[in-house]
Design a binder for this molecule. Structure first.
Ligand code: SF4
Length: 504
């Protein structure tokens, strides 16, 4: 039995996240748990009383990065009595006690299956004045049942499954996250509804392999049903998901996407390689013909869908001919963008033991050819959008350039990033509001929408509940009542002096 930790009302914390979307979402849960236990998020540039590393074992140099960071923190901790350091995530699940051997000033090591124990472990370590290590081999509580502190009022991630039943030879995920565990549809939909009630207008359903969702409770059509059920939720304007697996991507999911208006025309479909031989060596059970057929069907049903992918270059044994196959499939696929990775050995994976590892220089040269090809395709695809009207969900993260250009940023339905200007005299949107603009300029990976001279009606603002929620959050953070808090509906444009997003 573990005791409930005392509340720690003045201890500050910081979570440092390495890795993928899953880790970013887990970090939101870590923040939620800590705040539930009484910790307060540390102000920027201040020295927190607790630093939590949420680590990744998949990315290259993950351990160097972690141990480098821990080394830097040692002196800080020596000068800050009572400071604690915790390490969680995939690398903690993999390295376990090695972390304490290499960095004995760490207070807590926890795994991917027991995030919920973190406050107790911190408390126990403080009380016993010794490091605590707790790693579970399987899931204790489905992570989404833990309190969560969302980074954005307008958008939220919702886990539908964790773990993976596949055995891709380059991937450490099955070893670290375990077999696929599916969350019950009712729990997922309740969480989506709760997010919408709190002001969100967009959700992204998250899983290592979303379209096998249902395998655990024996319903092969469960993912398509889930998408359709999300379509019934009033106020939910945008539904996305990541990532599906080509081997199990079935037409019922494509139908559900095409027939559910709030499911966005966007698909992330990991190719990994265009060579059937390499796919076999990777233990990916689809082949390039099937992959291209899926893309054709998606585009037939959703002509404006933007499709993105992941590609690994230089997998062991990849010949120039295999690589040419990848270039051929990439050319045919017309991806809007691709996450391209240079293969490097991940200890603990079957591919790491394979002979025929490809020399770094060869991998580099192929990688450059692939990225040049994808840059060209991305530029050609975005150029087609110049002159189109796009409704954007305004983000709270403007690009670095926006500070000088005065532009704001938003995401189009297909998730493309659009930097837009608010015309002179027009109302400025809040993050979470929607604007409709005309695209005036394209770049490979983003678009520009500036006012068109003589077309003042080109820009239209639609205030949303997410914008109201943003107002409320701002008001809460500085103790000022907002329009929404004061009973206003936001639509009247009353802001009671609350700032709207405007770059400096
Ligand atoms: S599908 Fe393959 S790459 Fe994706 S998580 Fe599962 S094992 Fe890893």
């Amino acid at each position: 039995m573990t005791s409930v930790p005392q509340r720690l009302d003045d201890r500050t914390y910081q979570v440092r996240t390495f890795g993928c979307q899953m880790n970013v979402h887990d970090s939101e849960r870590i923040s939620g748990l800590l705040e539930d236990a009484g910790y307060v998020q540390a102000a920027e540039a201040s020295e927190p009383d607790l630093v939590v590393f949420n680590t990744c074992a998949v990315r290259e140099n993950a351990d160097n990065k972690l141990y480098g960071n821990l080394g830097n923190l040692r002196a800080v901790k020596d000068g800050h009595p009572g400071m604690q350091i915790a390490v969680g995530g995939c690398l903690a699940q993999k390295d376990q006690k090695t972390i304490l051997d290499k960095a004995p000033w760490v207070d807590v090591v926890f795994g991917t299956h027991n995030i919920g124990s973190l406050p107790v472990l911190l408390e126990r370590s403080r009380h016993n004045q010794q490091a605590e290590l707790e790693i579970l081999e399987s899931l204790e509580t489905f992570p989404s049942t833990l309190p969560t502190k969302r980074d954005s009022a307008s958008s939220g991630w919702v886990s539908i499954s964790v773990g993976c039943n596949n055995t891709c030879t380059f991937c450490i995920v099955p070893a670290l996250r375990g077999k696929e565990k599916d969350r019950r549809p009712g729990d997922i939909l309740a969480e989506v509804q709760a997010l919408v009630d709190a002001g969100a207008v967009e959700v992204t359903l998250l899983g290592q392999n979303v379209n096998t969702y249902g395998v655990e409770f024996g319903d092969r059509g469960a993912f398509a049903k889930l998408l359709r059920a999300c379509g019934e939720i009033e106020g939910l304007e945008r539904v996305r998901f990541t990532s599906p697996h080509p081997a199990s991507f079935t037409d019922d999911v494509i139908d559900a996407m095409a027939q559910t208006p709030n499911v966005m025309p966007q698909l992330h479909m990991p190719l990994q390689s265009g060579s059937d031989k390499v796919l076999k060596d990777m233990r990916r059970s689809y082949r390039s013909t099937r992959f291209l057929r899926i893309l054709d069907t998606v585009r037939e049903r959703m002509p404006h869908a933007a499709i993105t992918t992941d590609i690994i270059v230089g997998f062991p044994g990849e010949t120039e001919e295999d690589f040419q196959d990848t270039l051929r499939v990439v050319e045919a696929s017309r991806f809007s963008s691709a996450y391209t990775f240079q293969y490097s050995i991940r200890p603990g994976t079957p591919a790491g033991e394979m002979e025929d590892q490809i020399p770094k220089a060869v991998v580099q040269e192929r990688f450059e050819r692939l990225t040049a090809l994808q840059d060209r395709i991305s530029a050609e695809e975005t150029a087609k959008l110049v002159g189109t009207r796009q409704e954007l969900l305004v983000t709270d993260q403007s690009g670095s350039k926006d500070a000088t250009t005065g532009r704001l940023a938003g995401r189009a339905p297909d998730h493309r990033l659009v930097h837009f200007s608010v015309p002179e005299g027009a109302e400025t949107p809040r993050p979470g509001d929607f604007v409709t603009v005309t695209v005036t300029e394209s770049h490979p990976y983003f678009l520009i929408a500036d006012p068109v001279p003589g077309e003042p009606a080109g820009y239209a603002l639609r205030r949303s509940r997410a914008g109201d929620a943003w107002d409320l959050a701002q008001a809460a953070s500085c103790g000022v009542p907002s329009a929404a808090a004061a009973g206003g509906n936001g639509a009247a444009g009353v802001s009671l002096g609350m700032p709207t997003l405007r770059p400096a």
